[in-house]
Ligand binder design. Structure first.
Ligand code: SAM
Ligand code: SF4
Length: 393
């Protein structure tokens, strides 16, 4: 632990985007400043909700994968500095004028929904530091064709926003917690506060959220040995635990390969204490995401499930990928681990008509590789990828 993380003094929460600068999350000010009845690009009247049974060819890639799921990064800022995601010193943040506005984001989501996207996940950076994110959730939830709005958050500001998010139409929450040990949590997030996250989860439950998923990245020398406890804690609280293989992207300050717990290793640790049966990865459009699931077959936890997300171990991981990513800077990417992107921001601000934006989408989707190439990378430091936070994890 000591060699993995920088000293606490240099790891304080970033003052520019930390909660102290966002006493009310900015919701009220933003919501009065926009007119939700006037999206910047009008919807295509030919495509009402009922007429969206199939995915438009623009969302079908060269290997016939269909994009039905859009991850939207609303900010590259974050109030945490997780060691595997962000450099300790942070990074040069994008000027606000270079970020997609929330109105532009909502307008683009509307186009994507008209083309066949059904699920939208709001992420970041930390999505809850973006002013107006509740309004954005509302717009997206009201978008014809969108069946689910989800969010991935570190949970630090969730206690303030859970009720409003639920009221706005958010129904699926993923909260990232790599450990339930307070000191270890503070170390890995470089200043994060586990109690605040737990308060956020309590607020989410009170607001009505069910089946919240807890995402934990498996990191050797950090949370190995704790996986069973993490799973049991989640089950006791009614959350679904999911373990993620460390990927060679983001602001890793260490060798990802050496630190990565493979799926086999995570499973071995879990199976040493829990009898598990493989349930497989849901096929088709992956309504439960990219995780494969195991169910406990016996004992006090019988019937409980645990998920593992295996981007590095599973050669077939990309075969059923149904997602695209909109970066905070308005770039559309068909893959997390590929720098190929088209600029939606530029198209929208240059007044491009809807058809031209659809052509941009088509270009991004046609550029989607059959599979990622992260396994070729020795380490994140040598991988020319944009930081994780701008892309949205
Ligand atoms: N700030 C939010 C959060 O932490 O949940 C949302 C953004 S974060 C980039 C989304 C997810 O990506 C988190 O669950 C985080 O643990 C995961 N993540 C970040 N860097 C990663 C890496 N190098 N390998 C695997 N997962 C990573
Ligand atoms: Fe922030 Fe999430 Fe990255 Fe942690 S994983 S630094 S909370 S964006």
């Amino acid at each position: 632990m000591a060699t993995l993380f920088a000293p606490a003094a240099s790891n304080a929460l970033a003052p520019r985007c930390g909660p102290s600068r966002l006493p009310d999350g900015g919701q009220t000010r933003y919501e009065t400043a926009v007119n939700p009845s006037r999206p910047p690009i009008a919807p295509d009247p030919r495509r009402a909700r009922e007429s969206l049974p199939v995915v438009d060819p623009a969302l079908t890639d060269r290997t016939r994968r269909r994009i039905r799921y859009l991850r939207v990064s609303v900010t590259d800022r974050c109030n945490y500095r997780c060691s595997y995601c962000m450099p300790a010193e942070g990074f040069a943040q994008t000027a606000r004028s270079e970020l997609l506005t929330l109105e532009e984001t909502a307008a683009f989501v509307r186009i994507m929904a008209e083309l066949g996207v059904e699920r939208v996940r709001i992420t970041g950076g930390e999505p809850l530091v973006r002013k107006g994110v509740v309004q954005l959730v509302r717009w997206i939830a009201e978008t014809p064709g969108v069946r689910e709005v989800a969010m991935t958050t570190n949970g630090h500001l969730l206690d303030r926003h859970a009720e409003a998010l639920y009221a706005a139409g958010l129904r699926t929450l993923n909260v990232s917690i790599d450990t339930f040990d307070r000191a270890r949590f503070a170390a890995i997030t470089r200043g994060g506060d586990l109690d605040r996250v737990l308060a956020g989860l309590a607020a989410a439950r009170a607001a009505g959220f069910e089946g919240t998923r807890i995402n934990a990245v498996g990191i050797r020398g950090v949370n190995d040995g704790e996986l069973v406890d993490i799973a049991r804690r989640c089950w006791a609280e009614g959350w679904l635990p999911r373990f993620i293989e460390l990927m060679p992207i983001g602001g890793l300050g260490f060798q990802s390969e050496a630190r990565r717990l493979s799926t086999a290793e995570m499973l071995a640790e879990l199976e040493a204490a829990l009898p598990l049966r493989h349930r497989g990865r849901p096929r088709g459009d992956r309504p439960r995401g990219p995780a494969a699931y195991w169910v406990v077959t016996d004992g006090p936890s019988a019937g409980r499930e645990v998920g593992i997300i295996s981007p590095m171990s599973d050669d077939g991981f990309c075969a059923a990928c149904n997602r695209a990513r909109l970066t905070a800077r308005g770039g559309l990417r068909a893959c997390l681990a590929d720098d190929h992107e088209v600029s939606i921001l530029h198209a929208m601000r240059s007044g491009a008509p809807r058809d031209a934006i659809v052509e941009k989408v088509r270009a991004a989707v046609l550029g989607k590789r059959p599979a990622h190439r992260m396994s070729d990378a020795a380490d994140s430091i040598t991988v020319p990828l944009a930081v994780m936070t701008g892309i949205g994890g």
